[in-house]
Design a protein around this ligand. Structure first.
Ligand code: VG1
Ligand code: CO
Length: 542
């Protein structure tokens, strides 16, 4: 077996600060391209010699060959051990757990998350550090620098390993340990939740539909919800992971999880519905004929987490990304716990979780999680909801309406304008930034602006600052509109417009969300000059 050094293919257009690399699959398949990123990770962290890494992905097209390449490169770079999920499969939260539990030096996770998979779709890779979380900006910036100056990479010349076999194999000087992707994660869940209570809930006739969207969570949901907790086997739909996710977007929202919505959003639906994304870190929560917005879900979980054994001592604090609604802040204030506002992206929660200052975190983009790992965790959110339902024995709709009556309701919606030409999206954001200081006092579509700024985050743990994290407009009456460009797309630019309005009048708690936000939507569109995008209406509304 010989070790070679071979020239790499350049990586174009990767912005510093992004958590990993997400591109079209064909781009990743160019000779030397994936290799450039992987070698750059090793270079950026001071080499791979004698280190242990977790490697796994969401099973999308190109997952298997990419893992073989990564293992051969880790071996050539002198790594001591690689821990791989059987078949190359690991959900993002399960990978985070393994990185932590086994005391490793980090992990390489292969996924483009909720983006579709296939030869003509998307692929991605990211590096997580030893705390189990996405590499912080300092590390990702180093990786980007390395990708630009790299000339060669190292790889051992060996035949592919059989990753279907649990146990240890040798690859050059490195041990490859293939593990059951579900077992350690399921054991962790059992330490957090009252499985007996949830089992009793199912035994009492409680019904569930979980949509794994042909992505990574199928095996996890079957093992935990069906085999361990006793849910009906038919409760888990689209449970077999496929390389192309059955041709769909593995994105758990009302637009892409249409089949599930159809089954649950009726008076004849099951008691509970949920879905997870490609790599298992996102979740959508539904009750019978009841949609729970991710921001509301975060607030309800914050208010009720103490009902689960893992959180019985209460929460240190709750953190949300800036565009996420302020619903959880209202809960935190009422409970007397800390609350934090961070930029979009899970990596910004890492320091707060490591420092024990936040216990639960969430994003409006269907992401919720806690300090049990350092990624958001779709099945964790489902299990916490089930534990709460098992304790309260009320419907999801009752819990939600109770919540609004207690704390008020933050009407909330995100409007996405997708695949707009990048120069037009940049012009819109530049236009907003230019006029920020003049907006106060101006009226748009009848709404008066009371303040406008661009969010800049000062990390209270490490003192770092992350600027330009999104433009915010505040309106009379406490409404808010936020504008930012997506950092995860692979085609053109996506403008995200986040709309929010607090309602405390008990007579107005049950309005249609879009109707309740229409005045703010109109004002936001006028203020940002939406015509600049060449569009008048969003592509996706969540
Ligand atoms: C989106 C979401 C953000 C999330 C990120 C990664 O980013 O808005 O909240 O953290 O995806 O999620 P952006 O930059 O496109 O708005 V995932 O499930 O890809 O790890
Ligand atoms: Co994801």
């Amino acid at each position: 077996m010989k070790t070679d050094t071979i020239a790499t293919a350049p990586i174009e257009g990767q912005a510093p600060g992004t958590s990993g690399l997400r591109k079209k699959t064909r781009v990743f398949m160019q000779p030397g391209y994936l290799e450039n990123f992987v070698q750059s990770v090793f270079n950026a962290i001071g080499g791979a010699a004698d280190k242990t890494f977790v490697v796994g992905g969401d099973g999308r097209y190109f997952n298997k060959p990419a893992i073989q390449t990564i293992l051969k490169m880790a071996a050539a770079n002198g790594a001591a051990r690689a821990i791989v999920g059987r078949g190359g499969l690991l959900s993002t939260p399960a990978a985070s757990n393994l990185i932590r539990q086994r005391g490793t030096d980090g992990g390489l996770i292969l996924s483009a998350s909720h983006n579709p998979g296939g030869l003509d779709e998307d692929f991605g890779i990211k590096f997580n550090t030893a705390n189990g979380g996405p590499a912080p900006e300092g590390v990702t910036d180093c990786i980007v620098t390395e990708t630009k100056r790299i000339e060669r990479y190292s790889i051992v010349d060996a035949t592919d390993l059989d990753l279907g076999l649990i146990g240890e194999q040798q690859l050059g000087g490195m041990v490859v340990e293939v593990v059951d992707p579900v077992a350690d994660y399921a054991a962790l869940m059992q330490t957090l939740f009252d499985f007996d209570k949830i089992r009793a809930l199912f035994a009492s006739g409680f019904t569930l539909r979980f949509d794994a969207m042909h992505a990574i969570t199928g095996p996890y949901a079957k093992a935990i919800l069906v085999n361990t907790l006793g849910a009906d086997p038919a409760s888990v739909m689209n449970a077999v992971p496929r390389e192309d996710f059955g041709g769909g977007h593995p994105d758990p929202n009302p637009t892409w999880a249409k089949d599930l919505m159809g089954l649950v959003m009726t008076d004849l639906g099951p008691d509970f519905g949920a879905a997870s994304d490609g790599d298992g870190d996102r979740n959508m929560i539904l009750g019978r004929n009841c949609y729970v917005s991710p921001s509301d879900s975060l607030a309800v979980l914050t208010a009720n987490a103490h009902l689960a054994p893992g959180y019985a001592d209460g929460l240190a604090g709750v953190a949300r990304s800036m565009p996420t609604s302020l619903a959880c802040d209202r809960v935190a204030e009422a409970m007397g716990i800390a609350h934090f506002e961070t930029p979009t992206g899970w990596k910004f929660f890492g320091n707060l979780l490591d420092a024990g200052r936040a216990t639960i975190c969430g994003e409006e983009s269907f992401g919720t999680g806690s300090d049990h790992v350092r990624e958001k965790d779709g099945l964790w959110a489902v299990l916490l909801w089930l534990n709460i339902l098992a304790e309260r024995r009320q419907s999801v709709a009752e819990i939600l309406s109770d919540h609004w009556k207690t704390y008020g309701r933050n009407y909330y919606s995100r409007h996405d304008y997708e695949a707009i030409p990048k120069d037009k999206a940049d012009a819109l954001m530049a236009g907003l930034r230019d006029k920020l200081s003049d907006l106060k006092g101006q009226g748009f579509a009848g709404q008066i602006v009371t303040g406008a700024d661009e969010f800049s985050y000062h990390d209270p743990v490490d003192g770092s600052t992350s600027a330009r994290q999104g433009v915010r407009l505040f309106f009379e009456g406490g409404a808010r509109a936020v504008f930012r460009l997506s950092g995860t797309g692979t085609e053109g630019a996506t403008l995200r417009m986040y709309l929010e309005r607090l309602e405390t009048d008990p007579d107005n708690l049950f309005l249609d969300t879009q109707a309740a936000l229409a005045p703010i939507r109109d004002a936001a569109k006028e203020a940002c000059d939406i015509g600049l995008t060449g569009r008048d209406a969003p592509d996706v509304v969540t």
